[in-house]
Design a protein around this ligand. Structure first.
Ligand code: TMP
Length: 234
């Protein structure tokens, strides 16, 4: 297979058919833009299965995604897309970067859902960027940003409902989108690497903050998320 791109946690290969690619999940965990890095055997398989379940659920609820089919336990066939160079973060509860930046304790409820953009650039450390900066730099258009925001908010509603059934609070998460066949589709992954997920009873962290903050038992949280999602989706 021809490798097109190797990222921090996934490798992208060209697909056999035009307009497709194969995405393989790795076991590598990174934090702080790659400053902290470790191999967590089994993480790739867990994230692939969790993300596939969520993408499938979103697709059944009308969200267009890149996922075509699951190939094996760490690889999927996806539509090729031109990635929109912004990460879209949705926040329901204050935590992480938001708490640090604005001096609000983690766990503080927010009066409205927050949607934030970051410019996808490893060299610049993915700086936050606003709508007028994005359009000024030609990264995206006003219309496209409206589509990203409305898709992100719809995905938030659907995921909040799904995780609630699983006894999990969806605190915040990051999405990536791409352009394919003239429309915007959800790309990348949705997993405990890209979401903050707290147990609804105890607020125990079940996501990558366990790795970022050296809390231990990182993959136990991921396994628990997968088991609970399976129990509410089947
Ligand atoms: P933040 O609080 O660090 O800005 O993160 C918000 C959410 O986005 C959190 O669920 C983790 C996720 N995220 C990523 O998936 N990748 C990233 O590079 C960053 C900065 C955050």
């Amino acid at each position: 297979m021809k490798m097109l791109y190797e990222g921090k946690s996934k490798i992208v290969y060209a697909g056999e058919e035009d307009g497709t690619c194969i995405i393989k999940y790795k076991d590598t965990a990174t934090a702080g833009n790659g400053a902290k890095k470790e191999d967590l055997p089994g993480k790739g398989r867990l994230n692939a299965e969790i993300s596939n379940l969520i993408f499938d659920y979103l697709a059944k609820n009308g969200v267009k995604t890149h996922l075509i089919k699951v190939i094996d336990d760490t690889a999927v066939l996806a539509k090729s897309a031109e990635i929109v160079m912004v990460e879209v973060v949705v926040r329901n509860v204050a935590a992480g970067g938001f708490s640090a930046k604005y001096g609000v304790p983690e766990g503080t409820p927010l009066k409205n859902t927050v949607v934030e953009f970051s410019y996808k650039s490893d060299e610049l450390g993915d700086p936050m960027i606003n709508d007028s900066q994005i359009t000024a730099l030609g990264i995206s258009t006003k219309e496209e940003l409206e589509t990203l925001k409305s898709m992100a908010l719809r995905i938030d509603e659907l995921m909040t409902e799904l995780f609630k059934k699983a006894g999990i609070r969806l605190i915040d998460f990051k999405l990536e989108f791409g352009r394919a066949d003239g429309e915007i589709i959800l790309c990348d992954e949705i997993s405990p690497d890209s979401c903050r997920l707290w147990d609804a009873q105890t607020d125990k962290k079940m996501d990558k903050d366990r790795f970022r903050r050296d809390l231990g038992n990182v993959l136990d949280g991921y396994r628990d998320v997968l088991a609970r999602l399976k129990s509410v989706l089947n």
